[in-house]
Write a protein that binds this ligand. Structure first.
Ligand code: SME
Length: 154
């Protein structure tokens, strides 16, 4: 994993727990978690949230370049993770059928679906311009952070 030597998922998770304990507001905590991840994760070009609005995922707080505003359920990596309820880790976005290009330079991606009391809230999406940037440890770390986020919000 190409991250700085003292990077630790455990420490990042603890930082997130502190940061998100101040409020249970979904938008505020999504904004601060996006900022924390964008700052702490190496080689990440975009990190943010899409929230469910009817049958569509609408972009929420994020860090990085301006992004696609809406994604239909079932479309792209985000819409697929949302309907399957499974985290999707894509080593090479060109091999994912239906991948939605928001940034032509993005090469790999992880999307974690967010369910609160069995209701789909949205997804957490992390992108990199580096091919195969995310490994199983990143998937596990992001899944743990998604749980921290979900338990912090109402
Ligand atoms: N690539 C995503 C779209 C969201 S952006 O990457 C920010 C997808 O295929 O769902």
């Amino acid at each position: 994993m190409m991250v700085s030597n003292n990077f630790s998922w455990q420490r990042l998770i603890q930082q997130a727990e502190g940061l998100l304990s101040v409020t249970s507001n979904r938008i505020s905590n999504a904004a601060n978690l996006s900022a924390l991840l964008y700052q702490e994760l190496a080689d990440v070009s975009w990190v943010g949230f899409y929230f469910l609005d009817g049958e569509t995922l609408m972009v929420g707080p994020f860090q990085g370049k301006p992004a696609c505003v809406s994604i239909k359920l079932g479309e792209g990596v985000c819409g697929t993770a949302a309907v399957t309820g499974e985290t999707i880790r894509v080593a090479d976005v060109e091999t994912f059928d239906g991948h939605i290009v928001c940034d032509a330079e993005a090469r790999s991606e992880v999307v974690v679906p967010l369910f609160k009391k069995e209701q789909l809230l949205g997804v957490l999406d992390v992108d990199s311009t580096r091919l195969d940037r995310f490994g199983p440890d990143d998937e596990a770390g992001l899944t743990a952070l998604a749980r921290v986020y979900l338990s912090s919000v109402v």
